[in-house]
Design a protein around this ligand. Structure first.
Ligand code: SAH
Length: 239
């Protein structure tokens, strides 16, 4: 069944208004008609079976019929990725939503070759991936910030899986040893981290420097591999 993410509240028997683009998708692409059903979620109220109640020029109005799943949230995994080429950032955001990251943060490092970031486009990619993957929330994508500022403002109790192609502990066993809890994964730019950045990262008390194997991976591959290992070691794949 079609799944749609909306911004507004969802309550029993109340109307739900998708955007005009979503309305067009429902009626023109998917050819839904009055009374047809779909699933709707907003990241707060769980997943609802809705019906098409009205088809208007300014969009369709849905009616929330019943909650079919309560709201849930995946494990506290954040993906932090250096700004890389636009197509790769787009892949990374899509895969982060599929692999269950709660949030994606973009970071500027010494060697980032900043392609212009279009956050609205990345938000749309995250939303679409969340809709198709069945999760109950859409991971927000944050505006790029400098690596130093990000580290200066580090949240107490959160651990950092620093993916370090210059060497580190094997990721799977290092994660299992460090254990469950809020984690962030950090992936560098195509040029890697500078020696000073690497040094600062390794010296921080909340950091676990890990290796993703003997081959150098592109940033998008590294992000997917790291999230996979994290989910298998300390995330929700084994629960
Ligand atoms: N500096 C490298 C390329 C960096 S790859 C070079 O040009 O030789 C981009 C990012 O992916 C790295 O900063 C790192 O975070 C991650 N990465 C790639 N391969 C990795 C590996 N084998 N182990 C750990 N991290 C890796």
């Amino acid at each position: 069944m079609i799944r749609l993410h909306v911004k507004g509240d969802i309550k029993a028997a109340a109307p739900v208004a998708p955007t005009l683009d979503q309305s067009r998708y429902l009626t023109q692409v998917m050819r839904l008609k009055l009374g047809d059903e779909l699933l709707v979620f907003n990241g707060r109220d769980g997943e609802w079976r809705c019906t098409i109640a009205e088809v208007l020029k300014k969009g369709v109005i849905l009616r929330a019929e019943e909650q079919v799943r309560p709201q849930t949230l995946g494990p506290d995994l954040e993906l932090i990725v250096a700004v890389v080429k636009k197509a790769r950032v787009e892949t990374i955001v899509e895969k982060a939503a599929e692999l269950g990251a709660r949030r994606v943060r973009l970071v500027l490092t010494k060697r980032t070759n900043a392609d212009r970031i279009r956050l609205d486009r990345l938000d749309a990619i995250a939303e679409e991936a969340a809709e198709q993957t069945g999760r109950m929330d859409v991971p927000p994508v944050d505006d790029p910030i400098k690596l130093d500022a990000l580290l200066d403002g580090w949240e107490a109790g959160r651990r950092l899986m620093f993916c370090d192609e210059t060497g580190g502990a094997p990721a799977g066993s290092a994660l299992r040893e460090a254990g469950e809890g809020p984690w962030s994964i950090l992936i560098g730019p195509e040029g890697g981290f500078s020696p000073e950045e690497g040094e600062r990262l390794r010296s921080l008390p909340f950091t676990t420097a890990v290796s993703l194997g003997p081959r150098i991976l592109r940033a998008d591959t590294a992000a997917i591999a790291a999230m996979t290992l994290w989910q298998a070691a300390v995330g929700d794949w084994e629960r």
